[in-house]
Design a protein around this ligand. Structure first.
Ligand code: ZN
Length: 175
């Protein structure tokens, strides 16, 4: 029961922090749809039952994209959740190309929990780009995102055969 409470608290916190944000798709979907999708992919398609990983999935973009610090996540959700969130948070002081390069380079070194969240995050993003792409993304940009995501995921394979298969199926929709 404590585990269920942790996951629900994470969902509520993420919904609050992302409340004014929208996804980049043409319909400008509520941002919270994305972390919810990532957690659902882990639970439903990856059979992940670890509440720490599911809570981290719900919170995975709060530090990168809202006014939330890792210290705050640690105080509210504990060290293990905070560690995973920290591992999947990019350093926005670096330029975009460098951040993309680091994701490929560092995928292999991440913890099991961070690898799972990363994998589900990429599955969710590929599906979104295939079905309702960000407004203004031309064909080349969408294709580049698919190629780069494959490189990131190649670096962390071995963590979940089921999620890796789901990723490979998502890749088949490459534009
Ligand atoms: Zn994400």
């Amino acid at each position: 029961m404590e585990e269920l409470k942790l996951v629900l608290r994470a969902a509520e916190f993420a919904a609050d922090r992302h409340r004014t944000q929208r996804r980049k798709d043409a319909e400008a979907s509520p941002y919270i749809n994305h972390p919810l999708a990532v957690a659902a992919i882990l639970a439903e398609e990856g059979d992940v039952t670890d509440a720490t990983v599911l809570a981290a999935a719900l919170l995975h973009d709060t530090v990168e994209d809202t006014e939330t610090s890792i210290v705050e996540i640690e105080q509210l959700f504990g060290h293990d959740v905070a560690r995973i969130v920290a591992e999947v948070t990019e350093d926005k002081s670096l330029d975009k190309a460098e951040r993309k390069r680091l994701q490929v380079e560092r995928a292999h070194h991440k913890s099991q929990g961070a690898k799972l969240v990363k994998l589900a995050d990429k599955i969710a993003n590929l599906r979104d780009i295939a079905t309702c792409p960000p407004a203004g993304w031309d064909l080349q940009r969408r294709r580049d995102y698919f190629s780069w995501s494959s490189k990131v995921i190649d670096g962390l394979r071995g963590v979940s055969p089921r999620l890796e298969a789901a990723f490979d199926r998502a890749c088949e929709a490459r534009p």
